[in-house]
Design a protein around this ligand. Structure first.
Ligand code: 13P
Ligand code: SF4
Length: 308
């Protein structure tokens, strides 16, 4: 065992002890570092994590992910302490829409229903009619009366995908994920040439021309479910590299190739075991949402959760 592994083991044990002491639950997104995923009580996609945050009976939620995820937990569970071990872990895409800019756009399209991707601030959620994640975006849009136009913020790529799948008229916002938007059709073609037998699965945050080349389009948890259940032995994976840890762990014997080595989200990698330990010791940094904003944002999140 290398020094790093034994350090990780020791830290993980200390974190487990602190977790008991604080009655805390550790939620981790699938893009987190492997050692963070291994210490988590629940690992999932944005939808699964928000459902878990809503139903946990722990007093403290340690969110190993990015700011909007911890904020969504705080919106759903105002009585719990929500900790984000690396407070500077943000989502550049979420920062591409502000409540002020959205209010201005709503004036241009007063009849449109505003659907906000969960990758957005609490203020933006508060200005929206309904929230969605990559796992339920198509269902959410289909739940909206057919005569309504949809203003979709902030991810233009997910908006485009949802428009095609639902056949609905979508007014896009020019936001995008730095990590997924980097993946080009050429990268995918090259990966396909290198691994002709592999199933291509990509995240809907990828560009439309990349999505068009894919065999399957899924949220992160959707990819894991599909790989577990499918008979295929090889997969080209078009999403952030952190997902490989669970794919390899949960699908032994199958082969997973990242569509491009560029697919790393630095914000998702900013959380480390020492920061998780420190957060539990100090009960910081806490994420809270002002009550007036929280209540409005909660409406959009609860309407999403209610869509079956
Ligand atoms: P999902 O895990 O919900 O598919 O989201 C991907 C993502 O980019 C989260 O930041
Ligand atoms: Fe935001 Fe993209 Fe990073 Fe997810 S992977 S947190 S969408 S920048």
């Amino acid at each position: 065992m290398g020094r790093k592994d034994s350090d990780f083991l020791e830290l993980a044990n200390e974190i487990r002890e602190l977790k008991k002491k604080r009655n805390a639950v550790i939620l981790a997104h699938l893009y987190q570092r492997p050692e963070i995923q291994d210490v988590a009580d629940f690992i999932g996609d944005s939808l699964g994590l928000s459902q878990e945050a809503a139903k946990t009976d722990a007093d403290v939620i340690v969110f190993c992910g990015v700011h909007f995820m911890a904020e969504t937990a705080a919106i759903l569970s105002p009585d719990k302490t929500v900790l984000l071990p690396e407070v500077n872990a943000g989502c550049p895409m979420a920062d591409m829409v502000t409540a002020e800019a959205l209010r201005a756009r709503k004036k241009e399209y007063p009849d449109a229903v505003v659907v906000c991707y969960v990758n957005s601030s609490a203020e933006v959620k508060a200005e929206s009619d309904i929230c969605c994640t990559s796992a339920n975006a198509v269902k959410v849009v289909r739940s909206i009366p057919a005569d309504k136009r949809i203003l979709f913020v902030p991810d233009r790529n997910l908006g485009h995908y949802v428009g095609i799948k639902s056949g609905r008229e979508i007014i896009y916002w020019e936001g995008y994920c730095n990590t997924h938007d980097k993946l080009t059709a050429e990268d995918v073609q090259k990966a396909k040439e290198a691994h002709p037998q592999a199933v291509v699965m990509v995240h809907p945050e990828c560009r439309p021309e990349v999505v068009a080349l894919a065999d399957q389009v899924f949220s992160t948890s959707g990819m894991i479910r599909f790989a577990r259940e499918s008979d295929a032995e090889e997969y080209i994976v078009g999403t952030e590299m952190g997902i490989l840890h669970q794919l390899n762990k949960q699908c032994p014997g199958k082969k997973f190739y990242l569509a491009s080595s560029k697919m790393i989200c630095p914000n998702m990698k900013a959380t480390t075991l020492p920061k998780v330990k420190w957060a539990l010791e100090e009960m910081q940094p806490r994420i809270t949402v002002p009550e007036a904003i929280r209540l409005k944002a909660l409406g959009a999140v609860e309407r999403m959760i209610a869509v079956k």
